[in-house]
Every structure is written in structure tokens, then in C-alpha cells.
Design a protein around this ligand. Structure first.
Ligand SMILES: NC(=O)c1ccc[n+]([C@@H]2O[C@H](COP(=O)([O-])OP(=O)(O)OC[C@H]3O[C@@H](n4cnc5c(N)ncnc54)[C@H](O)[C@@H]3O)[C@@H](O)[C@H]2O)c1
Length: 272
């Protein structure tokens, strides 16, 4: 039996680093054609040559996902080159740390523009075409911070809760159109997200990071740090199985059960 990823066209945003680059490697290894999109042109060029070296047909498109036109142009370029797209991973994202009461407004804009609007633009640009062809799969990268609120991650969590809400609804809407939808919700993965997010911060908030959080030490947040390869294995498996939630860390179970118990406890008749 042939590999279900063979000759499929997979689009990945944030493909020049971390999870996105891992996904590109994973799709290429399974025989897919890969469209790489990233804001960081130098890193994108390096990714293009690496993924081409794996034998995949590759299209690299410098893309700022915060710009709607740029993401539509990414979709145009993809369809011009391959005539179709099957898998779309709206994955580009940035991290930000700090308490909300002292956060500059620009921090909200920076995080929401990439993490939320970037996903919206991907959905707008690609979903109508996937629906039209009645075939495909969308993977939106949320986070464990899209499932539970966390200290010093409020703004990031707001962006990721929004992505999860959008994605859960999209899953319902597209299930009758032959298009699968998954939400990737990892805890900590070993990538350069902190360094990249510092570098990409707009000038107005460059350097304005609370003490000790420029580059959080392992242990600042709960849970193990896992490798990108494990995340990629789970994403590809989820696409094949059409799983909605993609969870990556066993520690998530206890945390999520605690949250759900808190919600359920409010149905106690004594509390109504
Ligand atoms: N690393 C983690 O612990 C972790 C945990 C949960 C969720 N996530 C999510 O996974 C996704 C990937 O993160 P990562 O850890 O691989 O980070 P990363 O920094 O290694 O990769 C993110 C990539 O996105 C690109 N990017 C940033 N802004 C962009 C923009 N406006 N347009 C296009 N590309 C842009 C960066 O240049 C970078 O190449 C993000 O959505 C992140 O929020 C990461």
C-alpha cells in the first residue's frame, strides 16, 4: 500500500525553525511535496535547501502571516506550482511572557497578530479551496496554553484559546466537506521560540521583558521538554487518523482533568 502522504502537497507556516521545520522534514520523508513559508528569509533559504536535499519537491515563499495579502499570495503560489494543496499547517507563532496588568499594549498586538491573525489568514486563504476539492487537512498550532490559563502567559494563552476555539468550530464545520481539522496543543518543545520571539518583537517593545523571563530556564513552566520529532510523529499520525486534539505530553492529563473537575464542580446543586 502506498504511503498516504506520498505526492500530497503540505503547506507549513513558520517552517524555517522548530516545529514547522520538523513538520516539513516529516512530510518530505513520507514523500510529500512541501511548501515552506516563514518571515525569516535567511532561515527559510536554509530550510529550502535542507528539505530539497531530502528529495522532496519544495516551494519556499517568504511570508509574513500577519499580512492577509501575503498569506493569500502564499496560497496563489502554492496552487500555481502544484495545482492543489492537501495539508495546511498554520503553525507560525511567537512566545511572550509577563503579567497582563503591566504588559504594554503593543505586546497584545504583537502576539495576537502572529498567533491569532496568522491562523485566521491561513484559514481564509486555504479553506475555501480545500472545501471545493473536498479533500484535505488543516492543522492549527495552538498550545497547552490554549486549554488552560497560565501564570505569565496570559497574552499568549488568549491567542491560543482563540486558535483552539476557532479550530474546534472549524472541525465541526468541515467534517461534512471531507476536510479534516486538528489542533496541535503541546506543552514545552525544544525549539528556539524564545530567541526567535525576542528577535521578532517590534521595536516599541524590544527589550521590555520582565526580569528572568527573557529566556525562561527549564523548570520555569511545568512539564518535560520534548523534542520536535515526537511532536511531528504525533501530528502525522493525527492527520492519518483524523484526530482532532493532538496532545504531546503525558503530564497534560492531570492538569486538564483538574481544570475540567473545577468546571464540573460548579454543577453541584448546593452551589446553584
Ligand atoms: N516550543 C514550544 O514549547 C511550543 C509549545 C506550544 C506551542 N508552540 C507553538 O508552536 C508553533 C511553532 O513554534 P516553535 O516552538 O517551533 O517556534 P520557532 O520560533 O522555533 O519557530 C517559529 C517560526 O515562526 C516564524 N514566524 C514568527 N513570526 C512569523 C510571521 N509573522 N510570519 C511568518 N513566520 C513567522 C519564525 O521566524 C520561526 O521560524 C508556535 O505557534 C508556538 O506558539 C510551541
Amino acid at each position: 500500500m502506498s504511503d498516504p502522504f506520498e505526492s500530497r502537497v503540505a503547506v507549513v507556516t513558520g517552517a524555517a525553525s522548530g516545529i514547522g521545520l520538523g513538520l516539513a522534514r516529516g512530510f518530505a520523508a513520507r514523500g510529500a511535496h512541501v511548501v515552506l513559508a516563514d518571515f525569516d528569509e535567511a532561515a527559510l533559504a536554509a530550510a529550502e535547501s535542507e528539505i530539497s536535499g531530502l528529495g522532496a519537491e519544495v516551494l519556499a515563499v517568504p511570508t509574513d502571516v500577519t499580512k492577509r495579502d501575503a498569506v493569500f499570495s502564499l496560497a496563489e503560489r502554492t496552487f500555481e506550482r502544484f495545482g492543489t494543496a492537501h495539508i495546511v499547517c498554520n503553525n507560525a507563532g511567537v512566545a511572550a511572557y509577563g503579567e497582563m496588568h503591566s504588559a504594554p499594549h503593543e505586546e497584545w498586538e504583537f502576539v495576537m497578530n502572529v498567533n491569532f491573525w496568522g491562523v485566521v489568514h491561513g484559514v481564509e486563504a486555504f479553506t475555501p479551496r480545500l472545501v471545493e476539492q473536498g479533500d484535505g487537512h488543516i492543522v492549527n498550532t495552538a498550545s497547552m496554553a490554549g486549554l488552560v490559563g497560565m501564570n505569565v502567559l496570559g497574552i499568549y494563552a488568549a491567542s491560543k484559546f482563540a486558535v483552539l476555539g476557532l479550530t474546534e468550530s472549524l472541525h465541526r464545520e468541515l467534517s461534512s466537506h471531507g476536510v479534516g481539522v486538528s489542533a496541535l496543543c503541546p506543552m514545552i518543545v525544544a525549539t528556539n521560540i524564545n530567541q526567535n520571539a525576542q528577535r521578532l518583537r517590534p521595536d516599541a517593545i524590544k527589550g521590555q521583558v520582565p526580569d528572568g523571563l527573557e529566556n525562561p530556564e527549564p523548570g520555569t513552566f511545568q512539564g518535560d521538554v520534548i523534542d520536535v520529532e515526537e511532536v511531528v510523529r504525533r501530528v502525522l499520525r493525527a492527520i492519518e487518523r483524523k484526530d482532532f486534539y493532538i496532545l504531546t505530553h503525558p503530564e497534560q492529563e492531570a492538569i486538564l482533568k483538574r481544570r475540567h473537575r473545577k468546571i464540573e464542580s460548579m454543577f453541584d446543586p448546593a452551589l446553584w
